[in-house]
Design a protein around this ligand. Structure first.
Ligand code: SF4
Length: 335
């Protein structure tokens, strides 16, 4: 049976696409744990602490960058960052949310984000709605401080805008609108029993099992090709589960016709400590050449740790890649 996920601000972008989207109940990823640590240190800096026993130098530098941006944006106006000041109650949501800091004089709040840019409009609209209700504001600005990218973005909302944005998603969620195929289906805890995916998987399998399946004709027809690709995508979550179950059978010596287990020999590698003598002997330039290019995010992280400004001219752009992405299938007019 399908179960709905929680109605919470961070889930809104996914619930906007399917009101049945439910996150997997897995433990926090390493990236999420880092995000929480940086958030905590940012708060500690904002309330005047200077000792952060639980943070690495890079995490402290990231939080410090965000705190400096906050100070610049708020100017001389007081900024609240204690948890109890930052809790927000969004109308109709079961649990409170939390911004990272807020400045009541300027009617704005701050959210520190680690990692890459992502569309946070709905989440920020939900926070802004709560804060506008609480402080009788007609507009609200949310500042997004991307500490790894060292970029600042903002959304400024009116009361009518946030209400409309959030109520639309909330209404579909409360009405439990029919599930709709979308790019997040592969990450949905309902995927294994979702009728949308099952029907599409059925379509794909029925099509390929037909003796007169004409693949060349399908490739020549963009309309049918799109439907076929969507159906194939729907099989992916089942394929992962089928892989895992087959491995379990084979490990337990139960035959799965047509399949067997293969164990690849593990890759061999050298840890950084073993390379240090080579750096001493050959110099860092020679050794770094073997390591190759560094991602922009890692470069920014090292610069933050070294407390130097990243050199924008040092960041090169590689060749872009083109890939296919499923376009969300929306069910209601005007959504
Ligand atoms: S698998 Fe996709 S369509 Fe089905 S409930 Fe989850 S998000 Fe919705």
């Amino acid at each position: 049976m399908l179960k709905q996920g929680l109605l919470r601000p961070s889930n809104l972008p996914k619930l906007a696409l399917c009101s049945w989207f439910r996150s997997e109940d897995t433990k926090q990823s390493e990236a999420a744990m880092r995000g929480t640590t940086v958030d905590t240190i940012y708060r500690q800096i904002m309330v005047g602490l200077t000792d952060f026993p639980n943070g690495t130098a890079a995490e402290i530098a990231a939080a410090d960058w965000a705190a400096c941006q906050t100070d610049q944006l708020a100017g001389k106006n007081p900024v609240l960052a204690r948890k109890e000041d930052c809790q927000v109650r969004i109308p109709g949501f079961p649990a409170p949310g939390e911004v990272d800091a807020l400045c009541l004089k300027l009617f704005c709040s701050f959210d520190i984000k680690t990692g890459q840019y992502y569309d946070y409009e709905l989440q920020m609209a939900a926070y802004s709605w709560a804060l506008m209700e609480k402080y009788f504001a007609e507009t609200w600005t949310t500042w997004l401080l991307f500490c790894d990218l060292q970029r600042v973005y903002h959304y400024t909302f009116t009361y009518a805008q946030v209400r409309k944005l959030v109520l639309e998603v909330r209404a579909r969620y409360e009405a439990a609108a029919a599930p709709a195929f979308n790019p997040y289906c592969g990450w949905c805890a309902n995927a294994g029993e979702c009728p949308v995916l099952i029907n599409r998987a059925d379509d794909a399998l029925a099509l390929t099992e037909k003796p007169n399946f004409d693949f060349a004709a399908l490739l020549a027809n963009p309309q049918r090709l799109g439907a076929f690709l969507t159906a194939c995508r729907a099989v992916e979550p089942f394929q992962q589960q089928a892989n895992d179950r087959s491995k379990q059978y084979l490990l337990a010596k139960t035959d799965v016709p047509g399949w067997s287990l293969v164990t690849r020999s593990p890759g061999r590698y050298v840890e950084p400590a073993a390379v240090e003598p080579l750096v001493d002997k050959l110099g860092p330039a020679r050794v770094l050449l073997e390591y190759g290019n560094l991602s922009e995010a890692k470069y920014a992280k090292l610069c933050a740790e070294a407390r130097v400004n990243p050199d924008s001219a040092a960041v090169k752009t590689g060749a872009g890649t083109t890939y296919l992405r499923a376009t969300p299938q929306l069910t209601t007019k005007g959504n």
